[in-house]
Design a protein. Structure first.
Ligand code: ACM
Length: 510
């Protein structure tokens, strides 16, 4: 058979082991997918994808040339093996592993396989190979901030498909912040009636310039259920974030009693950090636990994110009620008051069978016993928490903040928040820093790229900031540390970008 196309070996993320073989399989109008009923959903998705671009029917039968097989013997649920030869393709693993094997299979075919209409005259060759693959880390995440700029549901679904193609599996949705509350809460309708709308948005911070346009948007609970189900079919877990005690101004704008000053506040139009944080009344904690109840009904994620970052203590210092709370609970300073606040949420979530996760500020004043930490202010917080036996997701801003510039030549880039994180810096990142103890290493769940959207007003711009850096992140969190090779990645990335172009991803060109 014909020699494999150059794109065939351009797999991203790089599999743990790949041995190439001489003979190849050609998908034709006589190709069928073989799958048992347990793998029916995955087979159907693959059928739809292959059929759209090839124009062949590709029926699903009990056995076929493309054989999907449950193999419970592999080490982790995401692991799979793929064997291709002139006789056909066999993908084996748990359902999750088989799904990932189908993502690999798509990348072994010509990039045209990602078209949504039949490509006439294409040669659908799957090169011969033996692949054994499994992820390096279990948490392979992307954060999308839908508060600073609301993103349409359809785009969230597209991003989930792109994550799955790169074997990323945690979509962290940042749903509440000073500048917008984006999740419908039935018990407290003003959160979205009032909190999802702001009259203006910043264009630049220094000097302060504004769009002069109102901005609004939120997801209904049905929207979010649809997103969660869509993600689940692609083995992506959606992790919701409800920010507290800081980044709370949109909620306080909706319900004044949640704040410290009694002042009537607007939803914030400036970026940056607001002094307006939740008060520490029992009624406010209950309010937030009511919100979490509805959040837990929508999101099956074991982890519920409660933020915890950037909470100025000014209002608590000035508030007699907050000071009384500190005395009553025997807390020595406002850091301990924040820690107490987070502990109330930690035990609440634990009582519901969930786990609290928060930004590394939750370490200050003492970490709640069950808490998992997202280390964003560099790696120090993550290292300390992991060495102390807490689970950690590495999100350090110097390496994986995808809202930072991708070039030193800022004049040629769209306006961004600052920083400089070229593709190679993401690729070179290792989520296991040397300062980790052996125990600490076991507590690093993985890593996550952040898409904060202050200066990212819409989907196309998100795509520009996310890709190809998310391709590099995929290698960091999926591929083995051994064999990491920037030149090899660059070589594979070029044909991979052809795929992204066909998928209408507005990536930043190399
Ligand atoms: C963060 O970037 N404030 C978590």
């Amino acid at each position: 058979m014909a020699a494999p196309s150059t794109s065939a070996s351009a797999l991203i993320p790089r599999p743990a082991l790949i041995r190439k073989a001489a003979d190849a399989y050609r998908i034709s109008d006589s190709t069928a997918i073989g799958a048992t009923r347990e793998l029916g959903g995955i087979a159907e998705k693959l059928r739809a994808e292959l059929s759209a671009s090839t124009g062949f029917a590709i029926p699903i039968r009990t056995s076929g040339e493309i054989e999907l097989v449950l193999d419970p013997s592999l080490r982790t649920p995401a692991a799979y093996t793929l064997d291709s030869s002139s006789r056909g393709v066999r993908i084996a693993g748990s359902a999750e592993g088989v799904f990932y094997g189908t993502r690999t299979l798509l990348q072994m075919l010509p990039p045209d396989v990602f078209r949504r209409a039949p490509v006439v005259g294409a040669d659908w060759i799957v090169p011969g190979a033996h692949i054994e693959d499994e992820p390096r880390f279990e948490w392979r995440g992307l954060l999308l901030d839908v508060c600073r700029h609301f993103m349409p549901k359809e785009f969230v679904l597209k991003l989930i498909d792109l994550m799955a193609l790169h074997k990323l599996n945690r979509l962290h949705l940042h749903l509440t912040d000073d500048q917008g509350w984006r999740i419908e809460i039935k018990k407290y309708p003003r959160l979205t009636e009032v909190g999802s709308k702001r009259p203006d948005s910043m264009l630049t911070y220094d000097p302060p310039t504004f769009t002069g346009e109102p901005h609004s948007g939120f997801y209904t609970q049905d929207d979010l259920r649809e997103i969660v189900a869509y993600a689940g079919e692609r083995f992506v877990c959606v992790v919701p974030e409800i920010e507290m005690p800081g980044h709370a101004q949109a909620a306080i704008a909706a319900y004044r009693k949640l704040g410290n000053t009694g002042e009537k506040l607007p939803v914030r139009t400036w970026w940056g950090i607001s002094d307006n944080v939740f008060n520490t009344e029992t009624s406010t904690l209950r309010f937030l636990q009511d919100v979490l109840d509805e959040v837990m009904e929508i999101f099956p994620s074991p982890f519920i994110h409660v933020g915890g970052d950037e909470c100025p203590k000014k209002q608590w210092k000035e508030s007699p009620r907050a000071q009384a709370r500190m005395r009553k609970e025997g807390l020595k300073d406002e850091e301990e008051l924040q820690s107490w606040f987070v502990r109330q949420m930690d035990s609440y979530l634990e009582s519901k069978g969930r786990r609290l996760i928060g930004w590394d500020e939750i370490l200050e004043g003492g970490l709640a016993p069950g808490a998992t930490v997202m280390s964003w202010r560099g790696e120090r917080g993550g290292i300390a928490a992991a060495n102390a036996g807490h689970d950690v997701v590495m999100c350090p801003s110097p390496y994986v903040y995808f809202d930072y510039y991708q070039s030193r030549n800022r004049a040629k880039e769209p306006h961004a928040i600052g920083g400089y994180i070229p593709l190679s810096k993401v690729y070179d990142y290792d989520p296991l820093p040397k300062a980790l103890s052996e125990t600490g290493k076991r507590h690093i769940l993985g890593a996550q790229g952040q898409l904060w959207t202050e200066y990212i007003p819409g989907p196309k711009h998100v795509e520009y900031m996310a890709f190809p850096r998310a391709c590099a992140l995929a290698e960091v969190v999926w591929s083995p540390a051994e064999g990491k090779d920037w030149r090899d990645f660059e070589r594979r990335l070029r044909p991979h970008l052809e795929r992204l172009a066909i998928l209408d991803v507005g990536f930043r060109p190399l």
